[in-house]
Design a protein around this ligand. Structure first.
Ligand code: BGC
Length: 536
């Protein structure tokens, strides 16, 4: 349906060897918190479409939309009841079509989320599996097992849900079904050919509508170790964890990704697959982006890296080496809808903001592709003090054991005005926005050269101008402890991670800095927690 591409997109498609994704900056839209067009307090697809000019103006290359499919919303839409329809909360199918068409007109590509590890418990397959009793053929599409113990009243194994509590729920028939996430998210059995066929058909449905690719949710989880063996007393899965577990990162998942790559490649226009895979090492992660598998994988080791120059350098080196070994580009990401926003992780307040500004310039100077999470361009902090009554993260309702509840990074973003909902929509937003956000709105920051928004706009504009940024190589240059200096073709990037200023020889002409610089005697005084791009 939507094959009209803006000139920029068409040009890139004409040069298949380059691969647009290799250095694309991709902006994550958490749909329910981006822009609300109808006043129900929940962001929707029309809202996203109306705000696309902000993203084109920001200078990103693509948007990734979180799930907007028919869903009871037990996990913010990651519990899909019908993969081919739009939930009425977010609009209808024609809104998705209009959004893709308009994004393409503005030169933006569109990636949608696909959730293959589990369905909603309201999906027709799971309803048939449960309602049809123990002999229902649909039970084979999921993992149903008898319980342990004399009465079968103990779960079939010791696996725990990522959201806390056992990964099994008992049915009225007495057997149990597996859910690595919430009970409302039963895991599919990917050994069953009907599951594979159905997902290929779903991918085609959205590719035919014109999407440019998929962010594959839990891309490391679809295949479980044979026999579903116990784990023992080891620590079990956490959100974005890296443990070795019998239900994550099994070799069998790669065969699925290979078949999806063939399907993606059968379409024109360089459609891509992006793995959300939690792998124990950079090397294991690189397996997902071998030439015949997916195009990108999120680099969570970078996201979880401490604010420490040596640690950052180590993660950068290991990420680049691992992806280079398979010829794929590395991705860089600091925040998403599952983690505490990085201004807060970096210490919050003025320090968090200073580090976040520097981290933005570091991220956008590294070789490869970068993912931005909505609101980071505004420097939004985590909202820590949400009242319990408004929280919706299923982890909140499933006991402790989780070190991050995810509602605080999902508060709707401020666009304009001096009072909530700050232009998010006509009515109150589904999560309340802090009073302090008036000064952080797009409107308040536009035109202020010291604002986070203008820093991102400048960085993204320069990334297009300075051809040495983006894909390609990098070289470390000598630097004092606590400082990182590296060169890209035509550009040097200097990052001072220390709290105090450092003096460095001037490496070139400063083109962008996250803080104020002072020069004298051929040297520059780089303030603490500051990153600078130099043209050379
Ligand atoms: C998504 C989460 C979701 C989980 C289960 C992920 O990793 O990013 O938001 O809760 O998958 O679908």
């Amino acid at each position: 349906m939507t094959q009209e591409l803006a000139p920029t997109l068409r040009d890139q498609s004409a040069a298949p060897s380059a691969g647009w994704w290799r250095d694309a900056v991709i902006y994550q839209v958490y749909v329910r918190s981006f822009a609300d067009s109808d006043g129900d307090g929940i962001g929707d697809l029309r809202g996203v479409r109306e705000r696309l000019p902000h993203l084109a103006d920001l200078g990103v290359d693509a948007v990734w939309l979180t799930p907007f499919y028919a869903s009871p919303q037990a996990d913010g839409g990651y519990d899909v009841a019908d993969y081919r329809s739009v939930d009425p909360l977010f609009g209808e199918l024609s809104d998705a079509d209009d959004l893709v068409r308009e994004a393409h007109r503005l030169g933006l590509r569109v990636i949608v989320d696909i959730v293959p590890n589990h369905t909603s418990d309201q999906h027709a397959w799971f309803r048939a599996a449960v309602d049809g009793g123990p002999d229902a053929p649909e039970r084979a599409l999921y993992h149903f097992r008898p319980g342990r113990g004399p009465d079968g009243d103990l779960p079939p194994n010791d696996w725990e849900s990522v959201f806390g509590g056992p990964a099994w729920t008992r049915t009225d028939a007495g057997d149990w079904y597996l859910h690595l996430f919430a009970p409302e998210q039963p895991d599919l059995n990917w050994e069953h050919p009907a599951v594979r066929e159905e997902f290929e058909s779903i991918l085609r449905f959205w590719l035919d509508l014109g999407v440019d690719g998929f962010r594959i949710d839990v891309a490391h989880g679809m295949v479980k170790a044979e026999g579903l063996p116990d784990i023992g007393l080891r620590e079990q899965a956490k959100m974005i964890g890296a443990q070795v577990l019998p239900f994550f990162d099994q070799d069998g998942v790669h065969e699925i990704h290979r078949s999806w790559r063939l399907l993606l490649d059968s379409y024109e226009g360089q459609r891509i697959g992006v793995a959300e895979a939690w792998a124990p090492t950079s090397e294991r992660l690189a397996l997902y982006v071998r030439p015949d598998e997916l195009h990108q994988a999120f680099n969570f080791q970078f996201l979880t890296c401490a604010w420490d120059a040596a640690a950052m350098r180590q993660v950068i080196d290991s990420s680049l080496a691992a992806t280079a070994s398979v010829g794929a580009p590395t991705t860089w990401v600091l925040s998403n809808h599952d983690v505490v926003r990085h201004t807060t992780r970096y210490g919050g307040g003025a320090q968090g903001l200073r580090r976040a500004r520097a981290a933005a310039l570091l991220t956008l100077a590294l070789p490869g592709s970068a993912y931005l999470y909505q609101g980071e361009e505004l420097g939004l902090p985590e909202v820590a003090d949400l009242p319990d009554g408004v929280r919706q993260d299923p982890a909140f309702f499933r006991g402790d054991g989780q070190d991050g509840l995810r509602d605080g990074c999902r508060v709707p973003i401020p666009w304009s005005g001096t009072a909530a909902p700050y232009g998010f929509g006509p009515g109150a937003s589904w999560l309340p926005q802090p009073a302090a956000w008036a000064g952080l709105s797009v409107e308040a920051q536009t035109g202020d050269p010291r604002s986070m928004l203008e820093l991102y706009r400048s960085a993204l504009a320069l990334r297009k101008e300075l051809s040495g940024l983006g894909d390609g190589g990098m070289e470390w240059l000598p630097a004092p402890e606590g400082v990182l200096v590296f060169s890209r073709p035509g550009v040097v990037c200097t990052l001072n991670t220390l709290a105090e200023e450092v003096e460095l020889p001037v490496p070139g002409r400063p083109v962008l800095s996250s803080g104020a610089l002072e020069f004298g005697g051929g040297a520059v005084r780089l303030p603490g927690e500051t990153c600078v791009w130099w043209a050379v």
